[in-house]
Design a protein around this ligand. Structure first.
Ligand code: GLP
Length: 242
């Protein structure tokens, strides 16, 4: 695992954008894995800026999002599919249908998860997966206790995660869904390059457990230790417990 500590959150975003742009410049039809949450927002803003300057095109790329809430109506502003549309997709040149996410509105959630796995495989797998990390060490919505080989499946959200994410729902934790669909740790581990971004003191313990702790389902992000090409980009606060 490559751990890079840079002086600011802007530089975390900039290094992550470098990795995405390098990939797309060499392989314009590459498959990206997109994360939601606040961690990748500066990265997406940077990618939009570079796209507007003509430095990167997504026209031949495809993308798969990591996870989705269950129980939010399609088009809800906090559904992860909408977040990705708003924060990145609408501002760059992805082709129609090029970005997909797990269908949290499906009547048969298990089937939706199986189909999502198949879609990722049919696309040839994810080349570069952007990741954030939860304060409890979760990646995507793989909460502590998740199998390290898990595939896309429905999961219950930990209370900590619902509390953390209440800020996106006007602070009302009761409005945060309690169920989600998430790529598994096994799914994520098949991506060619994992790029995890973490900034801020509140991530310091989870980052330390990920980088220096034992490989354990109690810190799902520790699965990065098994990956042959994992990059962890940190600001000084997120690196402060290393
Ligand atoms: C959310 C998402 C994760 C994200 C994490 C951290 O629950 N499902 O994909 O990485 O929590 O979020 P943030 O970046 O806002 O701290």
């Amino acid at each position: 695992m490559e751990v890079v500590v840079v002086p600011s959150a802007e530089q975390v975003a900039s290094l992550a954008a470098d990795a995405v742009c390098r990939l797309l410049q060499g392989a314009p039809g590459a498959v990206l894995g997109l994360a939601t949450g606040s961690s990748p927002l500066a990265l997406y803003a940077e990618l939009i800026a570079r796209h507007r300057r003509g430095e990167v095109s997504f026209a031949r790329a495809r993308a798969f999002t990591l996870d989705e809430y269950v129980g939010l109506p399609a088009g809800h502003p906090e559904s992860y599919r909408e977040v990705i549309r708003r924060e990145l997709e609408d501002h760059v040149d992805f082709g129609p249908g090029a970005v997909r996410g797990p269908d949290g509105t499906a009547a048969d959630l298990d089937r939706a998860c199986r189909e999502y796995e198949q879609a990722i495989r049919a696309a040839g797998g994810v080349d570069l997966q952007v990741l954030g990390i939860g304060t409890d060490g979760h990646v995507a919505f793989n909460e502590p206790g998740s199998s390290l080989t898990s595939l896309t499946r429905p999961k219950a959200l930990a209370q900590q995660t619902r509390t953390d994410n209440a800020r996106f729902f006007g602070g009302r934790v009761q409005e945060v869904p309690s169920l989600c669909l998430t790529q598994g740790l096994g799914t994520i581990g098949r991506a060619g390059h994992l790029v995890l971004l973490a900034c801020g003191q509140q991530k310091a313990q989870a980052v330390a457990a990920t980088v220096e702790g034992p490989l354990s389902a109690s810190c799902p992000a520790s699965v990065l230790q098994l990956h042959p090409h994992a990059t962890v980009l940190l600001d000084p606060a997120a690196a402060s417990a290393l």
